[in-house]
Ligand binder design. Sequence first.
Ligand code: SF4
Ligand code: SF4
Length: 86
Amino acid sequence: MSSRIRTVAKPGSTRVNRTGAWRSFRPVFVHEQCNKCGICAMYCPDGVVVKTPEGFYIPDYDYCKGCGICAEECPKKAIRMVLEEK
Ligand code: SF4
Ligand code: SF4
């Protein structure tokens, strides 16, 4: 048997698949607590956190899967994970 790693979806396919519908929790970015460090954007595995013209960061909810990594890594605890309303 081949030792190659197999994946369910091709890497980088998040943008094609609009994975936001998979989400149970949504990250809410609290700009009053944000120091604009950009760590959330660096750690987001899907690259869906973008910088606003004001220097803050926001997720693209069409593609954010709600994994919570951004909230975990934020040094200012400026991202809250809230239950998604269906
Ligand atoms: S990691 Fe937290 S403090 Fe840094 S830019 Fe993102 S939300 Fe702001
Ligand atoms: S919850 Fe996950 S997918 Fe969504 S913005 Fe944060 S790190 Fe990215």
